[in-house]
Design a protein around this ligand. Sequence first.
Ligand SMILES: *[C@@H]1O[C@H](CO)[C@@H](O)[C@H](O)[C@H]1NC(C)=O
Ligand SMILES: *[C@@H]1O[C@H](CO)[C@@H](O)[C@H](O)[C@H]1NC(C)=O
Ligand SMILES: *[C@@H]1O[C@H](CO)[C@@H](O)[C@H](O)[C@H]1NC(C)=O
Length: 179
Amino acid sequence: MMRQCILGSAVLVIALSVFSSLFNFTQAQPQTAKATTDPYEAGAINSIFSKWRILDKVDNTQWNISGEICSGAAIDTTTTIDDGTYNPFIKCDCSFNKKTTCRITALNLAQNYLTGSLPPAIGNLTRMQYMSFGINALSGELPKELGNLTQLISLAFGSNKLTGSLPYELGKLVKLEQL
Ligand SMILES: *[C@@H]1O[C@H](CO)[C@@H](O)[C@H](O)[C@H]1NC(C)=O
Ligand SMILES: *[C@@H]1O[C@H](CO)[C@@H](O)[C@H](O)[C@H]1NC(C)=O
Ligand SMILES: *[C@@H]1O[C@H](CO)[C@@H](O)[C@H](O)[C@H]1NC(C)=O
């Protein structure tokens, strides 16, 4: 009776550890799988960028235009958008959808001699927190779709050739600390 009981618990312990290692294995998968940029956001950022022209040669770009946008410095947690190490610069947060999807959280395009206008598609980058495109030569009006970026903490667009008034929709940016 005693022996059977010990044997029974041993079998149970082995079964449990096999089960838990299987479980750990399946749990570990999403972490090891490489996270990729939300395809919708990748489409939006590429369409926006294609409408702009950079008049001057940009030396220290860390923007992976041709490949995976959220890669390299964009997902390196040791560099922040404020460092000024790279410009143009983009930052992503890859914790979405069980760490398989990256979304764009910061965009620094300041002082890049950009011309063109800000397209309404900018409003699709809804996880954006820090966005700077000041000191360029952008023209036209600020799109009202900027009001869709409700996670924005900082928005900079000074020193451009923008016209018109501030969109009423900017009032929806309740997290904004700096304009
Ligand atoms: C982004 O937004 C615009 C209008 O605000 C829309 O026409 C477009 O289909 C959206 N999607 C992408 C990927 O740009
Ligand atoms: C750009 O993306 C490609 C794949 O999409 C990758 O191989 C390459 O390392 C990336 N470059 C940088 C600078 O992150
Ligand atoms: C984005 O903003 C426009 C104009 O303010 C609005 O009509 C549209 O519904 C918004 N889209 C989303 C997905 O919030």
